[in-house]
Design a protein around this ligand. Structure first.
Ligand code: E4P
Length: 219
């Protein structure tokens, strides 16, 4: 089970890395824009900074939506750092681009996945990761975790799980993380707050308060 941080915020990445349990980072154009980064060079410099902080895969999304643009942009992103994973949307052009990158041993993360069929096509094209969007499906009263479960099971049936990891994305809260773990997601990407929520338990707080009180008697 891997934990990725779903952010482009350097402070949050530093804080998460200090915990020692973060395996990678995912970003998207919205998360990058939130950090106020503008222009190709600034975007690339920001990815380099993220890669300096993270000893693991860093998903960097292409902005182009056409095949030629995706492969040119993806090649430039992949050249920034060995840990860059080129993030490509699940469209016809995206599937072609994933095959192009797979043939050149460039890792990819197929994003904006909302159905089992999309996930299977991405895996078949050679994606390293598929990213089903749990929260956005829940938002429209569909079953986000159910989709993760169905992808995990189908990948096992056909052997896609040997080369393609199921990366549960669009995680909104701690319960989503637990549910995705239970259905066998390989990776969950989420804001740090939702990961830290896994630590919370009232009996831990209560037990620690008691130990702290009793420790006074030992001093
Ligand atoms: C990460 O890979 C996705 O882009 C991200 O999790 C989407 O999250 P959102 O639905 O909260 O925007």
């Amino acid at each position: 089970m891997k934990f990725f941080l779903d952010t482009a915020n350097l402070e949050q990445i530093r804080e998460g890395m200090a915990l020692g349990i973060i395996d990678g980072v995912t970003t998207n154009p919205s998360l990058m824009a939130k950090e106020g980064i503008e222009g190709t060079e600034a975007v690339r410099a920001h990815y380099r900074r993220i890669c300096e902080l993270v000893q693991g895969d860093v998903s960097a999304e292409v902005l182009s939506t056409d095949y030629e643009g995706m492969i040119a942009e993806g090649a430039a992103l992949a050249a920034l750092d060995e840990h860059i994973v080129v993030k490509v949307p699940c469209t016809e052009a995206g599937i072609r681009a994933i095959r192009h990158f797979a043939n050149r041993n460039i890792s990819t993360n197929c994003t904006l996945i909302f159905s089992l069929g999309q996930a299977v096509l991405a895996a078949k094209a050679g994606a390293s990761y598929v990213s089903p969007f749990v929260g956005r499906l829940d938002d429209i009263s569909e079953d986000g975790v159910g989709l993760v479960a169905s992808i995990v099971e189908t990948f096992q049936t056909y052997g896609y799980d040997r080369n393609c990891q199921v990366l549960a994305a669009s995680i909104r809260h701690t319960r989503h993380i637990i549910d995705c773990m239970e259905v066998g997601a390989d990776v969950v990407t989420s804001p740090l707050k939702a990961i830290l929520g896994l630590l919370q338990h009232p009996l831990t707080d209560k037990g620690l308060a008691q130990f702290v009180r009793d420790s006074e008697k030992l001093r």
